[in-house]
Write a protein that binds this ligand. Structure first.
Ligand SMILES: [Zn+2]
Length: 337
């Protein structure tokens, strides 16, 4: 059997020295355009041997901090600023990014639930396959910049997955410390969840740094600055930037962990969500987190959601309207080895 190959072709050669920009061409034959392709922006800066880093944002199209931070970095860096190779995929799920949506308007694909993908599948599955099987095998590190998107707002955070291998865990913690968001947290892989880029990176032996920068469908000065300065420090740490490239000193970062479903609070009913705590608050077990009001039956007593665990509020739902099962909050708790 022949090895499957991607239908996506790259206008740039990742093995060539220098700075190149162009598009990944994803063939897309539709009524409007019989022989057309979707132009996914891509760039590469290569300067000799050194670390190989994939810089990625727009995995979810409505998460803007990383898309802006990486585009700004791409424009700022010249070949002599780089050691090794940086590949920029600034709006990875490009159709979603152009629509300002978490998922693709073409196939409703959530790229971060589409790995390992399919080289001949839906548009989103093809993008996932290309990232996992073409880009990641050429990289030592991947920085994947997320935020809360349209429905959530985060305390700007860097994150990594917990590794059983102590060397990988130590390297990931060093990256978090260099990225130095106000919060750094370690997550346990959700049981059975192997469709994320984090899982893809683990399969390909690539060290992964993630973020949850802000969100709410907007952009804050603080979250963007965290992204811009943090990526530079993390690149410097791995040796991918020349000595002469300036980086700001790492501010203090609080190290936490997010372990599992008990750290999350979900809407117990559908209605109007009234939050009772704010981002960054420390909460106790059994404390009321939020209320869901029934505006279809206003005489009915509202539902109350409570925290199952003590911790710090890292993430909060933004829209007031909510449905049963929506995530309202999640917590971080002090990091334990
Ligand atoms: Zn995301």
């Amino acid at each position: 059997m022949t090895k499957p190959t991607s239908l996506i072709s790259s206008e740039i050669d990742f093995n060539r020295e220098g700075k190149q920009v162009g598009f990944l061409r994803l063939p897309h034959s539709v009524h409007r355009s019989a022989y057309g392709w979707i132009p996914i922006p891509v760039a590469c800066i290569r300067n000799g041997e050194g670390p190989r880093v994939l810089l990625m944002a727009g995995n979810h199209g409505d998460e803007y901090e990383g898309q802006i931070a990486l585009a700004t970095l791409l424009r700022a860096l010249d070949v002599q600023d780089v050691r090794g190779r940086l590949i920029f995929l600034t709006s990875a799920n490009f159709p979603a990014a152009m629509a300002g949506m978490r998922t693709s308007p073409i196939d409703e694909g959530n790229l971060n639930r589409s790995f390992p993908g399919d080289p001949h599948g839906s548009v989103t599955a093809q993008i996932a396959w290309y990232i996992e099987h073409v880009l990641l095998p050429q990289c030592d590190y991947v920085f994947d910049l997320h935020s809360g998107g349209s429905s959530l707002m985060y305390v700007p955070s860097g994150l990594c997955r917990r590794h059983a291998d102590p060397t990988r865990m130590a390297r990931s913690l060093e990256l978090l410390k260099a990225f130095a968001a106000p919060v750094s947290y370690v997550t346990d892989a959700p049981q059975g969840e192997d469709r994320t880029l984090t899982a893809a990176a683990a399969r390909q032996g690539v060290i992964h740094l993630g973020t949850e920068l802000g969100g709410g469908g907007t952009l804050t000065i603080a979250a963007l600055r965290t992204a811009q300065e943090g990526v530079r420090r993390a690149l410097k740490l791995v040796g991918a930037l020349a000595e002469s490239v300036p980086v700001t000193p790492a501010p203090a970062s609080r190290l936490l962990q997010v372990r599992g479903s008990a750290d999350y609070v979900y809407a117990p009913d559908s209605g109007l969500f009234e939050p009772l705590v704010e981002l960054g608050d420390d909460v106790t077990v059994g404390q009321q987190a939020g209320i869901v009001h029934f505006h279809d039956t206003p005489w009915r007593e509202p539902s109350v959601a409570v925290f199952q665990r003590a911790g710090t509020v890292l993430c909060k739902r933004m829209p007031c309207r909510t449905e049963r099962g929506d995530c309202l909050f999640h917590l971080g708790t002090p990091f334990e080895d």
